[in-house]
Structure formats: C-alpha cells, structure tokens
Design a protein around this ligand. Structure first.
Ligand code: GDP
Length: 522
C-alpha cells in the first residue's frame, strides 16, 4: 500500500546533537549512523587529524585544526522511522551557523561528558534550544570512564538548565565495570548495542549479579533511590521543553546508542509547524514549502558546486518540480535535489516535510530563502547575527579587485562572512561572529579563488541593522550619517559605530531609528 503524506511525515525525526567540544558528538553521530544501518562500519573513531574524509570534513582548515567547521546533514532509517541528523559545528566561532541549523530541527540530543557535566558550550546551545522550545533528549556519555555520580549529574542539569530530568535508563556499573543500561520503567536490561532487543529482568538482583560482588548492594540501593526519587518521564512536559529524558551510555564502546535511537523514534516529535509571515504552515499540508538554512560551496573540489540545504516544512518535494523563490518571486526547477547519507549523496526523488535536501545551484539560493509551490509566504526566524568583528579586506594584488568583490559576494551569500558595502563607496567591510571565520575566509579566498588577502582593522567595531516607521526618518538618518552607513547583502541599511558607547549615544540622539543586533532573513 502506498504511504499517505501524513504517514510519511509522521515518521520523520529531524534533530541536531548539541555538545561541548570533546563530549563525543562525532563519535555518537557515527554510532547512530552505524546502528541506524546507514554505514557498514562506523570505523573505529580515529584520532581526528588522521580521520579519513568521510563526512563533512572536506576543508583543509578543518582537518588541520581537528574541529568541525561546517554543518551538514545525514539521514538514516531505523525501524520504520526516517532520521535526519543535522550536524552543527562545535566551535563557538561558528555559533551563527549553529543557530541557523537549530532553526531547522524539531528536537535535539544533548551530549554530556559524564566526568565533566554541563560545560559552557552545552549551556549556550541549550539556551538557543530553549528559546525555540526545542525538546531535548540527554545522553550522558563516557560512562566507561571515571565519571560523576549519576544523581549529581541529574542535579546539575536540573539546576544549571532549570530543566526537569527523567532518567529512562540507569547505568549498570561504572567505568571499568560499566556493562549496560537498565530501563527503569520496563525493567529491561541491554548490554551493549550489538544486542538489539533488551532482556526482561526479574528484579534488580538479576542485574546486580552482573557486577562484581562488592558493587552489588550499592547498585540495588541506588536503583531503588532512582526509582523513588526521580521523576517519571512525561512526554507532554518533554515536548513543551520542560523535561528531558536521560540516557546513560558510551558512544565509543557502543552502549546506550540504541536506547537513544529508540527514544528519538518514540518520544521526539514529528515535523513541527513552521511560522511564516502570512500564516502558520502545518507539516502535513499537501503543498511543498521549504526554507534554506545553510549554503555550502565546493563540497566536492572536483565540481565547483554550491549546495543550499533546505528544510522541507510541509508537503512533498518531488524531483523535477518547480518551486517559487519568495525573495525574487521567480520559479526555479528542482532538478537534482539530493539526500546525504554517511559518505554519499544520492538524488532525492521524493522528500517529505522534516527532510533536508541539498539543492545544487549557482548562487540563486541564499540563507533564509523560502521555496513554495506558488504561495507567497516567507518563513520567519532564520537569524542573522550582527558581527562582533569588522575588518577591511586588503588585497595583495590590486588588479584583482573585481574578482575579490565577486568572491566576497559569494562568501557572503554562503553565510561564511557578512558583507557590508559603505554608502560612501569606500572598500567593503566584512563582518564575522568568531575569529576563526576570518581564517576560513582567508583560506578559501586563497584556495578557491587564488586571492591572497590580509585583514585590516576598520574604525568600526559594532553594527546594527536600522529601520524606522517613517521612511523619511530613515532617509534623513542615512544622509546625515553617510560615512557610517553600509548596505548588507540584501541592500538593507546598517549603521556602524566605533564602539558601544558611541552606538548608544547615536541611538539616543535618533529615537525614530530602530537599531537591532539580530536580523531575521526575509
Ligand atoms: P566531539 O568533539 O564532541 O565531536 O567529540 P569526539 O566524538 O571527537 O570525541 C572526543 C574524544 O572522546 C575522542 O577521543 C573519542 O574517542 C572520545 N570518546 C567519545 N565517546 C567516548 C566514550 O563513550 N568513552 C570514552 N572513553 N571516550 C569517548
């Protein structure tokens, strides 16, 4: 029987993994793909520097520094559900990229290192999820090593994140004696993840017997306490973002990963409604709608291609269909949408709400773009953050100014940097949220365009998008402040100031002008 649209949509789970660097996000991703059947062998996780170029790591800078710079998507199917993992860069210098990716997910897995607890990046990313009411499943990783007491970790989550915790499983043993997870509600035990079905167990003693003798009595007490003192899982509270179900495991040693996949299937929500300017769009509507949250160029150095990652918000995308691009009102053919698996891409003949497809294009699509089957609507909420670092790009070979202009325009369209063109015609200013983004820009200008550049300080350090209820007020402000006004990629006016003091001063003197630090793409 063919599947209805509603059925296809309801089995999609689209999520991101959020973690402080080193907590085990990469290892967990690989194991999810492994147990989800997307790859034959997740490969012993190699030291990052010599890890073969399997997934998203195609950039030299990433290989050199052993950090995940770019975002990508990976899809796998497990027991009837289709899972889309959106990978986010762990490094905080790419925070804007991460935030945009989080606009495209319906749930998140928060990975915590069992020895370290909540770390600064975990907290920040959690806050973004909370702002967007994204439900979170917690995975306490590295239980095979010396770790904190589970109750202590749960307390920390409750206190630092103001989030109720509901341990679904409880770790059996610690560090060297860690040997699996016990499901508190169902009284089942799973050893490592090669065991597909958990075993029913007859009381805690049966589990305790798996531990060395001197740990058994303590384990039984602990289990009793966990059952009495911890909250039971409440799905409604989870979906509202008040409660997180907690799992314990070891991604490296294959513990707890299956519990996690099952939880994503059972608890994580199907594709959520998305807010557009004119109305709210429901995932199971017939007509296709999507928005672009990420652009990647030159994924394959052999073909200079550019892929726009689009999250489908409703309906069904079929290869060959025509879509309307809201920003320009023009039609574009979706002739070669792609799915991404562990190491390959594949043409996507059909994709449903919740799925993420890569759309190859030559610069037609930008971050924040909305695609529809004709309806004029624009999805809200893909943020553009005001950069914290502003620089002028200095070109070593002045003859190549035109080429640089084109290259910067392309980099800005991809979201690598933001580009500001001064109203007074002086050379463009680039803005980034984190310093590492400047390194990426420099590297790519050199590698992909043969343009050696350096960066010069600009006299500005803060910028704000400006608007006014009365267009005359805005015009007047722009005219009087011409030397401090730039246009962004969309032509929207931006006011640049030397420091936050002068920004405040100017803002007070021009009360009719609204100045914002976050622009939503439109
Ligand atoms: P990421 O920076 O969050 O992507 O972290 P990685 O997945 O690269 O893991 C960081 C380090 O922790 C690597 O050396 C992993 O092998 C190691 N690691 C990841 N998961 C586990 C685990 O469950 N147990 C142990 N002992 N080490 C782990």
């Amino acid at each position: 029987m063919t599947e209805t649209l509603a059925e296809a949509v309801s089995r999609r789970r689209t999520f991101a993994i959020i973690a402080h660097p080193d907590a085990g996000k990469t290892t967990l991703t690989e194991k999810l793909l492994l147990f989800g059947g997307a790859i034959q062998l997740a490969g012993e996780v190699k030291a990052k520097k010599d890890r073969i170029q399997t997934r998203s790591d195609w950039m030299k800078i990433e290989r050199e520094r052993g950090i995940s710079v770019v975002t990508s998507v990976m899809t796998f199917e497990y027991e009837g559900n289709v899972f889309n993992i959106l990978d986010t860069p762990g490094h905080e210098d790419f925070a804007d990229d991460t935030y945009r990716t989080l606009t495209a997910v319906d749930a998140a897995v928060m990975v915590i290192d069992a020895a370290k607890g909540i770390e600064p990046r975990t907290l920040k990313l959690f806050e973004v999820c909370r702002m967007r009411d994204i439900p979170i499943i917690t995975f306490i990783n590295k239980m095979d090593r010396e770790s904190r007491d589970p109750f202590e970790i749960l307390d920390e989550v409750e206190e630092k994140l103001a989030l109720d915790t509901a341990p679904v499983t409880w770790p059996v043993g610690r560090s060297k004696t860690f040997c699996g997870s016990f499901d508190l509600a169902n009284s089942t035990f799973r050893g490592n993840d090669t065991q597909i079905e958990p075993l029913s167990v007859n009381g805690p003693q049966a589990i305790a017997d798996r531990l060395p003798e001197n740990e058994r009595a303590a384990f039984i007490d602990e289990l009793e306490l966990a059952r009495e003192a911890c909250r039971p899982f409440d799905r409604a509270s989870f979906l509202e973002g008040h409660m997180t179900p907690v799992f314990f495991g070891s991604a490296l040693r294959n513990y707890g990963v299956r519990d996690l996949i099952n939880a994503l299937g059972a608890y994580a929500p199907p594709p959520r409604d998305q807010v557009a300017d004119t109305r709210t769009v429901h995932a199971a509507e017939d007509k296709m709608t999507a928005f672009v949250f990420k652009i990647q160029a030159n994924m394959d150095p052999n073909h200079r291609d550019r892929i726009a990652f689009a999250r489908i918000c409703s309906g069904k995308l079929e290869r060959g269909m025509k879509a309307r691009l809201a920003r320009t009102g023009k039609q574009m053919g979706l002739t070669a949408p792609q799915f991404f698996f562990a190491s390959q891409r594949q043409l996507a003949d059909t994709a449903y709400a919740g799925d993420v497809v890569g759309i190859p294009n030559h610069g037609t699509l930008r971050i924040g773009d909305t695609l529809t089957e004709g309806e004029a609507l624009v999805f809200q909420g893909v943020p553009n953050f005001s950069p914290e670092i502003l620089r002028r790009v200095r070109l070593e070979d002045a003859m190549k100014a035109k080429k640089l202009k084109e290259a910067l325009q392309q980099m800005a369209e991809e979201g690598v940097v933001q580009l500001f063109s001064p109203e007074d015609g002086s050379p463009a200013i680039v803005g980034v949220v984190g310093a590492l983004q400047l390194d990426v820009l420099k590297e790519r200008l050199q590698q992909e365009y043969g343009l050696p550049v350096s960066f010069e300080m600009s006299r500005f350090s803060v910028c704000r998008w400006i608007s006014a209820d009365n267009p005359l007020d805005l015009d007047k402000f722009i005219t009087t402040k011409r030397g401090d006004i730039c246009r962004d990629l969309d032509g929207d006016p931006v006011f640049l100031a030397q420091d936050s003091f002068s920004l405040r001063y100017e803002a007070e003197r021009a009360p009719a002008i609204k100045m914002v630090a976050i622009k939503e793409y439109h």
